[in-house]
Every structure is written in structure tokens, then in C-alpha cells.
Design a protein around this ligand. Structure first.
Ligand code: SF4
Length: 315
């Protein structure tokens, strides 16, 4: 395991080992075994698609795939960033696969979903960071499944002027970009990213698409304080972000950032109450919450919450 991790993460070879802590009872999940899980796995292999579910070693994969909910990761399996929390391999990615948008549409047609989530590796090597490829994927899905709602979870498009305009030309139903952690921890956890670049992306997208939904996520258990999390919530509300997800950080390998602590279910509920008080339309906060966890159900809740808020405002 350690050897394969080193091969997948050559840039992380020199990091000291951080022994992986034993998970508390509220984190443990069952191994994936259902026939539907294997069906999804075969579909992804046959169409040569990557999923963040597998690449990020997501603990929810058994549950999500047994419901045929997978998050497809486009633009390859190699990322140009080296975030300390992420299990995706770092390096120089292969050229974009021109067949990928069509294959994504075929795969999603095969899964028959009402709501899909598409994410990607960071592609700092591309002039537009992959924005046009995201656009093509959205167009292909809409052509193949016009009733399917689309959520994209994008990179930060740092130093890629025009990328957001490209995304806004064919906007998704939900635009998601994760802040991941509090600004103080960025240098160690997201060294290639800048907190205010990510915040500005969310803010600018909403200004360009005022009727669209925006979403962002935080991992906790990395050493952040409650006050810092509250400040991030305020920043996200100032950027008019609608939906906040908060989940426990889990360390993929000993070469990744150590877990500072396991946040208890009660603390997650307390974070949810704090966020709701700050005005988010929707909050998902639990140990196993991930950006794309229950995304379809949450999208319907998001629509209902906005309709309700508009109705109250009109009274
Ligand atoms: S939570 Fe998201 S990344 Fe994890 S298995 Fe479910 S769909 Fe995949």
C-alpha cells in the first residue's frame, strides 16, 4: 500500500509519514459488495472514465454506487496540483481525450440519473484550465438527457482569464467549488491555491449567473478553529453562496496531511445550526458529508428552499 502510494504521489515521497489514526465508530462504513456497485464499476471501466469516488478513496462509495450515483472526474487521472489532503496522483497530465464528453454522456445515460455531478483534476497546463472541456461535457449531457440536472465541481481556474465566461456560456444547474479549509491552513493543505482566488470564483460566478445555485465545501478535523470556520461561512455568504457542505477530513495515506482530530457528530450538527443562522439556503454537515454525497436529493431541497424564501419575501 505504501509503495503504490509513493508511485502515485512521487512529489509526496519526501513528506514525513503521518500514521493513520483509527477511525471512531461514527466514521466506519461497510465494504462495497452490491451487484449495482459492480455494474457501475464495469460501466466506468468500459468507457474508460475516472471517478472521484475511486480516486479520492471516498468512504461513501458502497452506498453511492449501490444507488448508481457516481461522480465522474474528467480531464484525466493526473492533477497539476499537489494538495496535502488529496489522493489523486500529481504530475503532467495526458492531453485531453476528445471522446470524453461523448463517453460521459453515454455513461450517465446508462445510469439513468436525474442529477449528475462532474468534477475534474486541476489542469494548470491548459490555457483555459479545461473550462471549454467542461462546457462540452455539459452540452453533451444536455443533448443526451435534457431532463437531467447538472452540477459541476470545478478547479479554481487560477490565472485563467476568461475561463469563468466560458463556463457561464453553458451554465450548469449547480456550480460548486470547494474552499476545502480555512485560509490559515492553505499553505500546508492547498499550497497551489489561494483562498481569495477561490472565494472570488464563487462570487464572480454568482454575479454572472444570479439565478444559478452555488455551492462550496469544507473539510474539518485539519486543525481549524470554530471561529475560523464561522469566518469562512461569513465569507461564503458575502459571496452569495447558497449551499455549504462540511465533512470530516480523512487521511488517504501516511504521506498525506495528518488528521488533527475527529469532529463529533454533535459538533457537525452545531456547525449546521451556525451555518443555517448565517443564511445559507441549504447546509449538509456530518462526518461523512462530501461535496457530491446525496447531491440529487440536495438539489431538489435547494430548489424548494429558494422557492420558499422567494414566497416569504413576496408576502
Ligand atoms: S460521496 Fe461523492 S465522491 Fe463519494 S462515493 Fe458518493 S458520489 Fe462518489
Amino acid at each position: 500500500m505504501a509503495d503504490s502510494a509513493k508511485l502515485r504521489h512521487p512529489e509526496k515521497r519526501n513528506r514525513p509519514d503521518n500514521p493513520i489514526q483509527r477511525k471512531p465508530s461514527w466514521i466506519r462504513v461497510k465494504a462495497p459488495t452490491s451487484p449495482k456497485y459492480r455494474e457501475v464499476q464495469k460501466l466506468m471501466r468500459d468507457l474508460r472514465l475516472n471517478t472521484v469516488c475511486e480516486e479520492a478513496a471516498c468512504p461513501n462509495i458502497g452506498e453511492c454506487w449501490s444507488k448508481k450515483h457516481a461522480t465522474i472526474m474528467i480531464m484525466g487521472d493526473t492533477c497539476t496540483r499537489a494538495c496535502a489532503f488529496c489522493n489523486v496522483a500529481t504530475g503532467m497530465p495526458a492531453p485531453l481525450d476528445p471522446m470524453e464528453p461523448a463517453n460521459v454522456a453515454i455513461a450517465l445515460g446508462g445510469l439513468g440519473l436525474e442529477h449528475v455531478v462532474i468534477t475534474s483534476v486541476d489542469r494548470d497546463d491548459l490555457p483555459d484550465g479545461g473550462a471549454a472541456h467542461f462546457g462540452e461535457v455539459i452540452r453533451r449531457i444536455r443533448a443526451a438527457a435534457p431532463d437531467t440536472t447538472i452540477e459541476i465541481l470545478t478547479p479554481d481556474f487560477k490565472d485563467k482569464p476568461g475561463a469563468l465566461d466560458t463556463i457561464s456560456a453553458d451554465p450548469p444547474d449547480v456550480f460548486n467549488h470547494n474552499l476545502e479549509t480555512v485560509p490559515r491552513l492553505y499553505p500546508g493543505i492547498r499550497p497551489g491555491a489561494r483562498y481569495f482566488t477561490s472565494l472570488a470564483l464563487l462570487h464572480d460566478y454568482k454575479r454572472q449567473n444570479p439565478t444559478g445555485f452555488t455551492k462550496s465545501g469544507l473539510m474539518v478535523g485539519l486543525g481549524e478553529t470554530r471561529e475560523e470556520v464561522g469566518q469562512v461561512m461569513d465569507d461564503l455568504r458575502a459571496a452569495d453562496v447558497d449551499f455549504l457542505t462540511i465533512g470530516q477530513y480523512l487521511q488517504p495515506t501516511p504521506k498525506h496531511a495528518a488528521i488533527d482530530r475527529f469532529v463529533t457528530p454533535d459538533e457537525f450538527e452545531s456547525y449546521a445550526a451556525l451555518a443555517r443562522g448565517k443564511g445559507f439556503l441549504l447546509v449538509s454537515s456530518s462526518p461523512l458529508t462530501r461535496s457530491s454525497y446525496h447531491a440529487g436529493d440536495d438539489f431538489r431541497r435547494l430548489q424548494a428552499a429558494r422557492a420558499n424564501r422567494l414566497a416569504v419575501a413576496a408576502e
